[in-house]
Design a protein around this ligand. Structure first.
Ligand SMILES: Cc1cc2nc3c(=O)[nH]c(=O)nc-3n(C[C@H](O)[C@H](O)[C@H](O)COP(=O)(O)OP(=O)(O)OC[C@H]3O[C@@H](n4cnc5c(N)ncnc54)[C@H](O)[C@@H]3O)c2cc1C
Length: 272
């Protein structure tokens, strides 16, 4: 958008010369909203102590121990309704308190787990706040603006509560730290609205279709491809890193093929 590719009216309002009027640049923002149940306990088995010197040494010696954890150590996929063809909720389970989108500091041993909405219908937006390239963009996630996302999340939280109440977990769910006041719809909704956070899977704001052609080329702009999670028209039903790598590998193939075409033409060889 700073380069003049995006919604012409908004770019012009910021004094940015318009190169290509593409109103959908920045629209269609999707993410996986997540709501974690967090419990604390006294069992010395969480990642709270992972930074201790002995664990640093252990990791240096043979790559084992708490520092070898990927943190979200377990997970699962759930259909919250039997008529669904594919899971609509994913769980991430972490042997540590998950505080303030992981930016906060755990204070006790803990466990965190909870649902995220895998196929959200709400759509957010990224836009420019100014033409200053050092200014932060405006990012509006607009979670739950489509009511069905909230219903899915409530069903996911109910499943999480059922798991949390299993006797095998009782040594680790001693003190509820982030937990709804009751199982009523009203209290679950209040909990979800107060505790929802991003699970860091933003996608969709330069989607194949309205912004890009199927070979990732920007409509109306020669020599420009987009290669990242923003090209996905729909956020995948799962973590986004591997799908982004897949996009990048496909893009590398497309770029390599395009680069070899003139050379092939010069030799008279047929394009593969
Ligand atoms: C905390 C966190 C945890 C995550 N955990 C997981 C996980 O466990 N599993 C999983 O599958 N996914 C996970 N994800 C999501 C995954 O990392 C992203 O989906 C993926 O990295 C998206 O790739 P991308 O290329 O779209 O963006 P990025 O990986 O963000 O790449 C964008 C790149 O552009 C660069 N850049 C930005 N501005 C400029 C500029 N002006 N000029 C030049 N370069 C610029 C940045 O430095 C960056 O290297 C996580 C994300 C976060 C933030």
């Amino acid at each position: 958008m700073l380069s003049g590719i995006g919604p012409a009216d908004r770019l012009a309002a910021l004094g940015i010369p318009v190169l290509a009027d593409l109103p959908d640049v920045g629209r269609n923002l999707q993410d996986h909203p997540a709501t974690y149940l967090v419990f604390t306990h006294d069992e010395p088995v969480s990642l709270l102590a992972a930074g201790q010197e002995r664990y640093v040494r252990q990791f240096e010696v043979d790559g084992s121990g708490p520092l070898s954890s990927n943190v979200p150590e377990a997970g699962g996929f759930v259909r919250t309704r039997p008529d669904l063809l594919a899971p609509d909720v994913q769980f991430h389970v972490l042997p540590v308190m998950f505080v303030d989108c992981a930016l906060g500091v755990p204070t006790e041993h803990g466990i965190s787990f909870g649902p995220c909405v895998l196929r959200p219908y709400s759509r957010g937006e990224v836009s420019l706040a100014s033409d200053d390239p050092t200014a932060k963009p405006r990012i509006r996630c607009r979670y739950y603006t489509d009511a069905s996302d909230l219903s899915t999340m409530l069903a996911g939280v109910r499943t999480a509560l059922a798991i949390a109440r299993q006797s095998a977990l009782s040594p680790y769910t001693v003190r509820p730290w982030a937990y709804p006041a009751s199982d009523s719809d009203a209290d679950l909704t209040a909990f979800v609205r107060a505790h929802t956070q991003s699970i860091f899977h933003p996608a969709g704001t330069c989607a194949i279709g309205p912004v890009l052609d199927p070979e990732l080329r920007v409509h109306g702009v020669a020599g420009l491809r987009v290669v990242d999670a923003s090209v996905m028209p729909l956020v995948p039903r799962g973590n986004t890193n591997a799908p982004t790598v897949a996009v990048a590998e496909r893009a590398a193939d497309l770029i390599r093929a395009a680069a070899s075409e003139p050379a092939l033409a010069a030799t008279g060889a047929e394009s593969p």
